[in-house]
Design a protein around this ligand. Structure first.
Ligand SMILES: Nc1ncnc2c1ncn2[C@@H]1O[C@H](COP(=O)(O)OP(=O)(O)OP(=O)(O)O)[C@@H](O)[C@H]1O
Length: 218
């Protein structure tokens, strides 16, 4: 059977007895998660409960106090190149450089895992409602438009695992509804999404679940 080069490889993301301590404060411990392609995990909880910290651990941006994170059965710290190919991280600061245009920002962000063609970048910007803003320096865009530039990466040839910290920040109602639908579609197609948001999702995929860090506080 011919292999489809665009098929999403179903990711498996696991944590084993994960613990996180910051500034001598234990945020959580004994966290065991097993997430597969098709799942969406919404990490919720009050300010300071450790949501961003957990996402940073899952992305390999921070090391756990104890325990382990595994992607496709491999410990994260052994997976540098493969991690970049499999994971898309969008932090809660949009990560957009003000002096670069929307197109230039996307070109260098994509280069981290899969360089993108100009036509594909313009299509992604159109998908997030930024047609006509491709050549504009990003410092002249509104907060919501800058967030849309960052989110346009989700419309390019994105890897299967998306880890998104407060992706709905600054989006208008239409932007929120469109992003919810896009995330649910990614999961229904075999992708995996882990996100934080204080917003109640109106649309979730069948593999949705919630982890409330407030309720399992250490
Ligand atoms: N860079 C840092 N250095 C030391 N401690 C930190 C750092 N960033 C966060 N913390 C601490 O870790 C704890 C959890 O922070 P984190 O950002 O993970 O919470 P959060 O649940 O995402 O909060 P929010 O809802 O406000 O975004 C807080 O007590 C915070 O003070």
């Amino acid at each position: 059977m011919p292999v489809d080069p665009h098929a999403v490889t179903s990711p498996v993301l696991e944590t084993v007895a994960l613990a996180c301590e910051r500034d001598w404060r234990l945020l959580f411990e004994g966290l065991d998660l097993s997430l597969h392609g098709g799942d969406m995990l919404q990490v919720s909880g009050p300010n300071g409960s450790g949501k961003t910290s957990l996402l940073r651990l899952l992305s390999g941006l921070m090391r756990p106090t104890s325990g382990e994170v595994r992607l496709n059965a491999q410990p994260l710290d052994k997976l540098r190149g493969e991690l970049a190919r499999n994971l898309l991280w969008i932090g809660h600061a949009a990560g957009i450089k003000g002096l670069l245009t929307a197109e230039e920002n996307l070109a260098w962000l994509c280069a981290l895992h899969e360089p993108a063609e100009r036509a594909a970048i313009w299509q992604a910007l159109e998908a997030v409602g930024l047609r006509g803003f491709e050549d504009v320096p990003c410092h002249t865009l509104s907060a919501g438009q800058q967030r849309r530039v960052a989110l346009a990466r989700l419309y390019l040839d994105a890897p299967p695992l998306w880890i998104l910290d407060e992706p709905f920040t600054a989006l208008d109602k239409q932007g929120v509804a469109q992003l919810e639908a896009h995330l649910a579609r990614h999961c229904e197609q075999g992708g995996l999404v882990v996100l934080t948001t204080h917003h109640t999702l109106a649309l979730t995929p069948s593999g949705y679940r919630d982890l409330d860090l407030g309720r399992r506080a250490a």
